[in-house]
Design a protein around this ligand. Structure first.
Ligand code: FAD
Length: 542
């Protein structure tokens, strides 16, 4: 039975070279993960290969919101608002632990892009199109009410406010939870497998050549259909096959985020505010003891894997936040961590990055390669459904069409039927680990019902705090194909972004634990240290 265990990874890689798949997906971001799950639920034999760790690309570097899509109203994309609004509700039902309702304040300011009337009308329309639950519908606030909700706001600027709900998430965890579910249904997902080229017969793609980067082995795999879900790398892969990338192409737009301690940036709730200089909108999102601020939206042409953060990017966000909340006086030295991601948008002639549609698009190369780009985290399930419908057209005719089922499939750890059940699960487990409620809560919101495995493992030892911490590492290796410390510290736990000052204490123990458990070779050990040091450095380099 396929699994997502790092201990079985080598066997899974070798076995995949002998199997004949219906479908191979390139890219282990949310788009590829969603396609893998959709394929598995329809009984298709599917493999996913990711060149680095799962969610290593854009899907760990977003604003981490499951949007109803308010900003698309500005672009008159009503269909998109309707679709993402519905998808938000589906995701909340299927992954309640990872998709959390979060009140959002939208201050109306003098000379801003929206006045009180247009904000009210936009939020009203948004509630209807996105079919927002009655309890979460927008309230309009006067100046006094807005300032009392958020005393940090600039009293000279604010004239009114809107109060509505967005949903906060963790992009990388969401991706991994989808992959875990797909693996439990028989699909194969492999990290650290880079696709180098395609095999073709009569100018049609029949498979691919890839490198297992952990064992440095070149291998081949075969499938009836290949889907390119490589996010910002989609065009690079399209040029590796006949049919090239003629027609539409990608436009990469960079977005950065800055993280602060909540004591230094003590907002009471999330805020979505105007930047007066360019009429863009910026989010402030509290997350436990931290707050993050983002994002920028600028054309990007450098190294796709490592988009840099410049002092200009940082100053743009700091200036905007200080203008809206002048008592803060934030400076570069207040930033504790940061990240930078690339939006794989579809190029539209003559438009600025912020004006380009976030809609997804499918391209079919003459060699049969199916590529998908654009889109959002929020719409991943519908994107996957559309892709699998395309895939059926290219599968041998004996494959009966099975309709999409993912609307009803809980993601891994998402088997809570209600908020009440989720909170009951938390309080039941807090009883076993009275010394640290916060850690228990964190684990439940990271792993959902799967946290039970971690709790049980810790209780089977001595149930101490150290046991609980180490049980999470064991779980990440055994159930989430975590191979290196940076995989855990960035994409399994988010600690590099949200607990960076604590890493110097965590890293040495985690390193030694993984080295022993996974029996790294010398070169793997060097890679493990270097990849962590690079990520640690990059997260505060501007
Ligand atoms: P990726 O996550 O980049 O995945 C593609 C994967 O393909 C990568 O991991 C890469 O390593 C792999 N790959 C590439 N080449 C190869 C190869 N040769 N072999 C094997 N693997 C390969 N959306 C929302 O819904 N809400 C938000 O709040 C939000 N905020 C955003 C903020 C920013 C700054 C950005 C940049 C995006 C944001 N988005 C948001 C959009 C969302 O994050 C993206 O649409 C989504 O993550 C794209 O996922 P993907 O799987 O298509 O691409």
């Amino acid at each position: 039975m396929p699994s997502l265990s790092a201990l079985q990874r080598a066997q899974l890689v070798d076995k995949s070279t002998h199997d004949n798949f219906d479908l191979i997906i390139i890219g282990g971001g949310i788009t590829g993960a969603g396609i893998l799950l959709d394929a598995a639920t329809r009984g298709l034999k599917a493999l996913l290969v990711e060149q680095e760790d799962f969610a290593w690309g854009t899907s760990s570097r977003s604003t981490k919101l499951i949007h109803g899509g308010l900003r698309y109203l500005k672009q008159m994309e009503f269909g998109l608002v309707r679709e993402v609004g519905k998808e938000r509700a589906v995701l909340y039902k299927n992954a309640r632990h990872l998709v959390r309702p979060s009140p959002m304040l939208l201050p109306v300011i003098k000379n801003g892009s929206l006045d009180k009337w247009t904000s009210s009308a936009a939020l009203w329309l948004y509630d209807r199109l996105a079919r927002v639950d009655k309890n979460e519908r927008r309230q309009m606030l006067n100046r006094k009410e807005t300032l009392s909700k958020e005393p940090l706001l600039n009293k000279d600027l604010v004239t009114a406010g809107g109060y509505y709900y967005e949903y906060r998430s963790d992009d990388a965890r969401l991706t991994i939870s989808i992959l875990k579910k797909a693996a439990s249904l028989g699909a194969v997902a492999l990290n650290y497998c880079r696709v180098d080229s395609f095999t073709e017969e009569n100018s049609k793609i029949t498979g691919l050549v890839f490198t297992d980067r952990i064992r440095n082995k070149k291998l081949k795999a075969q499938a009836s259909v290949i889907v390119n879900a490589a996010g910002p790398w989609v065009d690079q892969l399209r040029t590796k096959t006949a049919g090239d990338k003629s027609g539409k192409h990608l436009f990469l737009s960079k977005g950065i985020h800055l993280v602060f301690d909540r004591k230094r940036f003590p907002v009471r709730q999330a805020i979505y505010f105007d930047v007066p200089t360019d009429n863009r909108m910026i989010f402030v999102v509290p997350r436990d003891n931290k707050v993050y601020l983002g994002t920028t939206d600028t054309a990007y042409q450098g190294d796709i894997g490592f988009p840099n953060i410049t002092a200009t990017d940082v100053d743009y966000l700091l200036t905007a936040a200080n203008h809206m909340m002048p008592s803060l006086q934030l400076t570069r030295t207040d930033v504790e961590s940061s990240w930078s991601g690339l939006r794989p948008l579809i190029h539209e002639q003559g438009k600025d990055p912020g004006e380009i549609s976030r809609k997804d698009e499918i391209f079919i190369s003459t060699s049969g390669l199916i590529s998908i780009a654009g889109g959002k985290l929020t719409g991943y399930r519908k994107m996957a459904e559309r892709i699998i419908e395309h895939v059926y057209r290219y599968l041998p005719s004996q494959k009966n069409h099975v309709p999409c089922k993912t609307e009803e499939i809980a993601l891994a750890g998402g088997e809570f039927l209600s908020e009440k059940e989720l909170h009951q699960f938390i309080s039941d487990n807090r009883k076993h680990f009275k010394f640290d409620n916060q850690l228990v809560d964190e684990l439940v919101f990271r792993y959902g019902t799967d946290a039970a495995v971690i709790f049980e493992h810790a209780l089977n030892k001595n149930g101490t705090k150290e046991d609980l911490i180490q049980s999470e590492w064991t779980y990440a290796v055994e159930e989430e194909m975590c191979y290196y410390p940076s995989d855990f510290l960035i994409r399994r736990s988010g600690k590099l972004y949200f607990d960076r000052p604590a890493l110097s204490n965590i890293f040495p123990n985690l390193f030694n634990y993984m080295k022993k458990y996974l029996q790294w070779t010398d070169s793997q050990e060097i890679y493990a240290r270097k990849s962590y040091e690079q990520a640690y450095h990059d997260s505060l380099d501007f």
